[in-house]
Design a protein around this ligand. Structure first.
Ligand SMILES: Nc1ncnc2c1ncn2[C@@H]1O[C@H](COP(=O)(O)OP(=O)(O)OP(=O)(O)O)[C@@H](O)[C@H]1O
Ligand code: NI
Length: 253
């Protein structure tokens, strides 16, 4: 398969300390693939996204490799080759109309038309383009964020916690939006602590624990008793899903 993003021996640490926040991270993301990165709160998921995007806070440093198409990622890749779906519309410019912000990302001869097509594709009325971010409903906002990923020329999309605090319906809408992004041929690094969302979207799942990746595995390995999973924590994660607790209970009775 064709690798689009490779992370190799990546570490992130405090400027003045020996302590590692991420240690020896390695994985590959293939063209058109969804890799879910799961892990508990504080395990380092967002830091990993920031280090891939070269956006770490000033007090942190990184070393190791982040390769886009076999060369080191740099700031110019941001937005062009690798794009972040922000967690909320708060990441948008509050003073600029939504349509202009989407258009700004589109590299096509007629960005306005492409923007209108994308809105229509996602079931949004064209007048959304004339609104400011604060004038969007929650559902509209999520779709606008998805247009950012679809409109950008980037082949790699990083989605950091796209489904926090959403009710079931909104969660499934976000999953459907991300599927559209994937069908557009983009690779997605899906960061989530909602393991259920990861299983619905991902081809591969990487499990992060205290700054280290303990397992990268095919999503199909999450089946049965988890006998194809290697690390005890990965197995525990699988077995803790509500539907699996039910299976265990049913087997015992
Ligand atoms: N700028 C920083 N300086 C020092 N430590 C930081 C900084 N940013 C994050 N950390 C620490 O790094 C660890 C990983 O944080 P990170 O935000 O990546 O976690 P996460 O897995 O995304 O968690 P969540 O699921 O809650 O978003 C945490 O212990 C956090 O306190
Ligand atoms: Ni986070």
């Amino acid at each position: 398969m064709d690798t689009i993003l490779t992370v190799n021996q990546l570490s992130v640490f405090h400027q003045n300390a020996e302590h590692y926040l991420l240690e020896d991270i390695h994985f590959s993301l293939y063209r058109g693939q969804v890799l879910a990165l799961v892990g508990a709160s504080g395990s380092g998921k967002s830091l990993l996204a920031q280090s891939i995007l070269q956006l770490l806070p000033d007090n942190l440093r990184q070393n190791g490799d982040v390769l886009y198409s076999d060369r080191q990622v740099n700031e110019h890749d941001r937005g062009r080759n690798i794009v972040l779906i922000p967690q909320s519309v708060e990441a948008l410019d509050p003073l600029m109309k939504v349509g202009k912000q989407i258009e700004g990302l589109i590299q096509a001869e007629n960005p306005h038309q492409v923007m209108l097509d994308l809105l229509a594709q996602l079931g949004l009325n064209a007048d959304i383009a004339t609104r400011y971010p604060f004038q969007l409903s929650g559902g509209q906002a999520r779709r606008v964020l998805a247009t950012i990923a679809l409109g950008s020329p980037a082949n790699v999309v990083i989605a950091d916690e796209p489904t926090p605090g959403l009710d079931e319906e909104a969660k499934y809408e976000m999953i459907a939006l991300l599927k559209e992004v994937q069908q557009a041929g983009k690779a997605i690094l899906l960061i989530t602590h909602d393991f259920d969302v990861a299983l619905q979207l991902a081809d591969q799942v990487a499990v992060l624990d205290q700054g280290e990746i303990i397992e990268v595995t095919d999503v199909h390995h999450f089946s049965g008793d988890g006998e194809k999973l290697v690390h005890p924590l990965t197995k525990a994660l699988w077995q803790s899903l509500p539907q699996n607790l039910f299976i265990k209970y049913a087997e015992k009775t």
